[in-house]
Write a new protein. Structure first.
Length: 755
């Protein structure tokens, strides 16, 4: 027994070492045009995007993996001290020596907490303004599953920091990034061989990210067990990862891989357990599912026998695919797949459930591995870099109501010089505060009712976004009514939350939603819509040119009939040549919702020619009979059901739906369900809604009463073959925890064909 375990452990270390070291071979000769595409079992150095001028590169990045320093004296390297935000590779580090570590010790070891397929490692070298020579230079990096047996160390040279405050990750000397490309490990070791001439060995921060598969037909999907933050603890235990992390497989990317017989590389639970659940970390089309049964020679009777396979978008409602019998493991050191389930018809989901019906008679039931592989069609997954862009530890530290527009007025212009692109963001209620980077607790909180930001360059970059917000004690928002208007609640004033924004005729327009403070449960009530206007001068918004165009005749909003209120400004689509629309008809379409008693919120539309945007009497409305009328109709035509106040309508730029129109909205208002629908016309009916993503953000962050709302697409942030989507996160503890009140981002796109 012991001899077998030692032999199996030795095999596992060899497998781990070959996967890691093959990623970046030592003494590899330089070539003019290196191939940086990760190959099976071959993690490669990932080029620094800043070094790839003129090249558009899609580098998949997984979520950040929290690390713990085994030496408590080295905790600052992984606890976010000195960082500008949470969880991102794009964040910046200070040059304060107190925020980093310098040590006479040359070894730094970190624990992930479980064995995981690893992706990129980002490094911020020692950055004290006058002591960058203490930064690590030549290092050896290795991985281990048990903290005792380590992969063969791989040599790297780290780039020296520049000592400037708010510095980007330094990474490797040649501008590349360490990429483990799916090699397994629980422990990460960095051994210093030299520094840049100082007396100490120092680091500012490292961040490690999960492996993320290329989104290509047939590719293995990197997955996890269910991870939930419940009562201050994570639901997933270290052993729960063992049937989805690829440990024990000789090539986790292959559906024909062989699995070893080491129990540490398998997972078992009591025979009375209900199921195994896999989180795919995105909504994906599936081509096949491959299972390797429990393969410990001494407990083959623990193997799963009969099971029911189910798929779900939300881990709540399940669709049964079929019932299957899994052959018993053979106990060999190279177990072939026990069962491969190919999907002839389209199967798409976020979660996979293996409902246990029977095992082979043992007291426990287990599996060695479950692997899912990508099919064809659309997918939706997370965009960590944009989510990270709005995680900030100082000043603007969160908001909702996010809308975007490019200041040249074109959402889509793929010939534009990216460096010249300026994207304007608007936000509604905003939290300004200071955040403790270690505890993520806020202090010095105040809340302007709306703010904005400008991003230069078209990529998520913390050094190229400028947030604009009033200082504490100044005006309560960037956009305010022309003169103070008393609210219903004594001592309060009417204020604006913001609807959609667009650029036309040299002006930037924002629909400004009049909000009254009232004595109700929620404390607020929307009572009208106005239009804010800025001049654009030399490609920039002139903040001093703000004017408010008031809707005095209730053409944009009317709440006088509680059985059928309407509100416009929740979305805008410009069908104009100036805005870059395909086959434009010359109108600006303004969308809103009709709040119908006992029927929910219905999508409605109005339109106006660009030259009449400020003249509300020129707006036309689509009535219940499908006619455009000049006066507010008694009944609107309803284009979609169960929409939220904030939505998006955009024109599809690629693929089989080229030129058609895409509606993105949160289903109803406060749910985790995001739906999409396509129409032939910007004023057509958006029926047959499809769920494109159900997020679990509320279950993986602290705080009570967490909720999500107002999903929408952002053409201004999107590429030709993708659409970027945001949604808002709120909760009872938003003024306490900084991770609650900020937008998250998704990408809706098409899986690339194989080969």
């Amino acid at each position: 027994m012991e001899h077998r375990r030692i032999l199996a452990a030795a095999i596992a270390v060899v497998m781990l070492a070959s996967a890691f070291t093959a990623c970046r071979p030592k003494d590899e000769p330089a070539v003019e045009e290196p191939d940086h595409t990760p190959q099976p079992g071959v993690p490669a150095q990932t080029p620094d995007p800043e070094e790839q001028e003129g090249i558009t590169m899609i580098q998949e990045i997984g979520s950040m993996i929290p690390l713990t320093a085994l030496d408590e004296d080295q905790a600052k390297i992984v606890n976010d001290s000195g960082m500008s935000g949470t969880g991102g590779r794009i964040h910046l580090h200070s040059n304060r020596a107190a925020d980093m570590i310098k040590d006479l010790k040359k070894t730094f070891v970190f624990d992930i907490g479980h064995t995981e397929k690893l992706g990129q490692l980002w490094v911020w070298n020692y950055n004290a303004s006058d002591r960058t020579s203490n930064g690590l230079k030549d290092v050896l990096i290795s991985l281990s599953e048990d903290g005792e047996s380590w992969s063969e160390p791989t040599a790297y040279t780290l780039r020296c920091a520049d000592g400037e405050n708010n510095s980007k990750a330094t990474n490797l000397e040649d501008g590349s990034v360490v990429d483990f490309c799916g090699a397994n490990g629980r422990y990460l070791k960095i051994e210093a061989l030299s520094n840049y001439g100082g007396d100490w060995f120092g680091l500012s921060e490292i961040r490690l990210f999960r492996y993320k598969q290329p989104i290509t037909e047939g590719a293995y999907i990197s997955a996890s067990p269910l991870e939930r933050f419940i009562n201050g603890k994570w639901s997933a235990l270290p052993e729960h990862y063992e049937f989805v992390n690829g440990s024990g497989l000789d090539d986790f990317r292959s559906s024909e891989a062989k699995h070893d017989n080491l129990p540490e590389h398998m997972f078992s639970q009591k025979a009375t357990a209900i199921d195994f659940i896999v989180d795919l970390k995105g909504e994906y089309p599936l081509s096949k599912l491959v299972l390797w049964n429990y393969n410990d020679p001494e407990h083959l009777d623990w193997g799963l026998q009969k099971f029911r396979l189910k798929i779900s978008d939300d881990c709540s409602s399940w669709k049964t695919i079929g019932t299957y019998t899994l052959p018993q493991g053979d106990g060999s050191a190279a177990l072939a797949p026990s069962l491969s389930v190919a999907f002839a018809e389209e199967v798409r989901g976020h979660y996979i459930q293996i409902e246990i019906m029977s095992n082979y008679g043992g007291s426990r039931v287990g599996l060695s591995e479950i692997s899912a592989f990508l099919g064809s069609g659309w997918f939706c997954d997370e965009v960590p870099d944009y989510s990270a862009l709005f995680s900030c530890y100082s000043g603007w530290t969160g908001a909702d109501g996010i809308y975007t527009v490019n200041l040249d007025g074109k959402d889509y212009d793929f010939d534009r010089d990216p460096s010249q692109k300026k994207t304007f963001f608007i936000f509604s209620d905003t939290i300004v505060s200071t955040v403790d980077p270690i505890t993520k607790l806020r202090s010095g909180v105040y809340m302007p009712n709306n703010t904005n930001a400008v991003l230069t360059g078209g990529e998520p970059d913390c050094t190229k976004i400028l947030f604009n917000y009033p200082k504490q004690g100044e005006a309560g928002a960037i956009i305010t009514p022309s003169s103070p208007i008393p609210a219903t609640k004594a001592g309060k004033l009417i204020y604006y939350w913001l609807g959609d924004t667009f650029v036309s005729g040299g002006f930037l327009y924002v629909f400004a939603l009049r909000i009254d403070s009232v004595n109700t449960v929620f404390g607020f009530e929307q009572i009208g819509v106005d239009l804010a206007r800025y001049r654009i001068v030399n490609g920039e918004v002139d903040p001093g040119s703000l004017e408010i165009i008031e809707d005095l005749r209730s053409r944009l909003c009317d709440v006088s009939d509680p059985k059928s209120e309407f509100y416009f400004g929740g979305a805008v689509f410009q069908s104009t040549q100036a805005a870059g629309a395909l086959d434009p008809d010359g109108y600006v379409y303004i969308y809103g919702y009709n709040d119908v008693e006992n029927a929910g919120r219905k999508l409605i539309v109005s339109r106006v020619l660009p030259e009449n945007i400020e003249n509300f009497s020129e707006y036309e409305y689509l009535d219940a009979d499908g006619n455009w009328v000049g006066e507010v109709p008694a009944k609107f035509r309803h284009l979609a059901d169960d929409v939220a106040p904030e939505i998006s309508i955009s024109q599809i730029q690629d693929g089989p739906y080229l030129g058609k129109f895409l509606l993105i909205n949160t289903h109803i208002t406060n749910t985790p369900v995001i739906k999409a629908s396509v129409s032939d016309l910007p004023y057509g009916v958006f029926d047959n809604k499809t769920t494109v993503f159900v997020h679990d953000t509320c279950l993986v962050i602290p705080g009570s009463g967490n909720n999500t709302y107002n999903a929408k697409a952002h053409p201004a942030l999107s590429g030709r073959d993708e659409i970027i989507i945001s949604y808002n996160v709120n909760g009872n503890d938003c003024f306490k925890y900084a991770d609650i009140y900020r937008p998250r981002f998704l990408r809706l796109a098409t899986v690339k064909s194989g080969g």
